[in-house]
Design a protein around this ligand. Structure first.
Ligand code: SF4
Ligand code: SF4
Length: 93
């Protein structure tokens, strides 16, 4: 089980020119501007879960970290970072 970043469209202000998370992410092509929506978006399978984007977006709180189900590769939005241990057991089977 590991964590990845997720951008909440309702809080992201990329349409007003913010690119902080995109500039600070150390992984190439991982958090990008989604052209149609004009919101930041995370490429889940590239994200290393370093938390940096969440930290630089602390003013708007548009980014949260969530566990990924290792079996499916899908992000588990219902759970936040602190709940990883319990979910690890719940999703183990
Ligand atoms: S730093 Fe936050 S508000 Fe700015 S583009 Fe990234 S997610 Fe959106
Ligand atoms: S958690 Fe790290 S690797 Fe993942 S999108 Fe944010 S800055 Fe990039």
């Amino acid at each position: 089980m590991y964590n990845v970043a997720y951008v909440h469209d309702d809080k992201c202000i990329a349409e007003k020119g913010c690119r902080l998370c995109i500039m600070y992410c150390p992984e190439a092509d991982t958090i990008m501007l989604e052209a149609g929506k004009q919101k930041a978006v995370v490429v889940t399978h590239r994200c290393k879960g370093c938390d940096l984007c969440m930290v630089v977006c602390s003013t708007h709180n548009a980014i949260t970290m969530h566990p990924v189900n290792p079996a499916t590769g899908k992000i588990i939005l219902e759970a936040e970072q602190g709940q990883v241990a319990g979910l690890g057991q719940a999703y183990a089977g």
